[in-house]
Design a protein around this ligand. Structure first.
Ligand SMILES: NC(=O)c1ccc[n+]([C@@H]2O[C@H](COP(=O)([O-])OP(=O)(O)OC[C@H]3O[C@@H](n4cnc5c(N)ncnc54)[C@H](OP(=O)(O)O)[C@@H]3O)[C@@H](O)[C@H]2O)c1
Length: 290
């Protein structure tokens, strides 16, 4: 059982069982925060559960009962809550015309409705201490890649959600910060590999969707930043007196800034060129391996 010191600020991190959430929970605990580490399966928290600054909590963000229980735990411990890090997320990919409505709903269930559900539930704690809400968005929250439509849509929605929320609650002293990571080396890419393996091979978009999916996964695994890079930014978002409203965490943040200012028709042209190039390369590789 962790012993929480009265001067410690408490923060809840959702999706702390792996990747960015795990690194963030660990980093914040080392920096002196008391962390409620949310996981769907608490066994996945492993050694983290033994850290005296960490209280593991069972938390599926789509489950009302789990959320109610987390509220009870925070009340019971009497720590209040200074920060909420909405990190939990899933990725549904594929050509949009192949994506079922059920898959689209499942995507939004976690990445948007889950965020809304837990933020609403815990807002009274955060309001009380004029705390902070950190949203784990993505480069996909401002740059929509083809064949990852469900995920991009959900992160664009999250950005809109965070902007509206910030404009509503800033006057009450609560800060809302969006974090927009580019490629980060986590299990997200292995999960992507699995979904390509399970995908619909008969689709008219299959060749491009597969080529681009495999290309992104390869790049993600080999050129991504470590999750600790995001954890450090989350810490800044929670501790700087005046944090930025948005943080891009990527090696190529300059390119992203350009994409934000180029006209859409020009970005479309660049994207299409890339899709053709990557698909051609994948075909060439398939032929040479036969
Ligand atoms: N990796 C990147 O390149 C990257 C880039 C931009 C943004 N992001 C964002 O960063 C966040 C973390 O992703 P990651 O890369 O660290 O991937 P990850 O290793 O797959 O972690 C995702 C986390 O979300 C949890 N989760 C999934 N569904 C949940 C639910 N219904 N309730 C509670 N937790 C749930 C997972 O728990 P389980 O272990 O139980 O599945 C896991 O802990 C996501 O929001 C993602 O969109 C990642």
């Amino acid at each position: 059982m962790s012993k929480i010191m009265s001067q410690q600020k408490s923060v809840l991190v959702t999706g702390a069982s792996s990747g960015i959430g795990l690194a963030t929970a660990e980093y914040l605990a080392v920096q002196g925060f008391h962390v409620y580490a949310g996981a769907r399966d608490m066994r996945a928290l492993g050694a983290l559960s033994k850290n005296s600054n960490i209280t593991p909590v069972q938390l599926d963000v789509t489950d009302r009962e789990d959320i109610a229980e987390v509220k009870r735990i925070i009340e019971g411990k009497g720590t209040g809550l200074f920060g909420l890090v909405n990190n939990a997320g899933i990725t549904k990919a594929g050509a949009l015309m192949d994506v079922s409505v059920e898959d689209m709903r499942a995507q939004f269930e976690v990445n948007l409705f889950g965020v809304h559900q837990i933020t609403r539930a815990l807002f009274p704690f955060i309001l009380q201490v004029k705390g902070r809400i950190v949203m784990m968005s993505s480069d996909s929250g401002f740059f929509a890649t083809p064949f990852v439509g469900p995920y991009c849509s959900s992160k664009f929605a999250l950005e809109g959600y965070a902007d509206s929320l910030r404009r509503e609650i800033t006057p009450y002293g609560v800060k809302v910060v969006l974090i927009e990571p580019g490629r980060i080396v986590t299990a997200i890419w292995d999960k992507g590999e699995k979904s390509i393996a399970d995908a619909q091979h008969h689709s008219m978009f299959w060749k491009e969707a597969k080529a681009l999916g495999e290309y992104s996964i390869r790049k993600g695994k080999t050129t991504g930043l470590p999750p600790i890079a995001v954890a450090g930014i989350v810490h800044q978002a929670l501790t700087l007196e005046k944090p930025k409203l948005r943080y891009i965490v990527a090696k190529n943040s300059f390119e992203y800034r350009l994409m934000k200012i180029f006209p859409a028709w020009y970005v479309d042209r660049l994207v299409l060129k890339k899709v053709r190039e990557v698909t051609r390369l994948a075909e060439k590789n398939t032929q040479s391996s036969k």
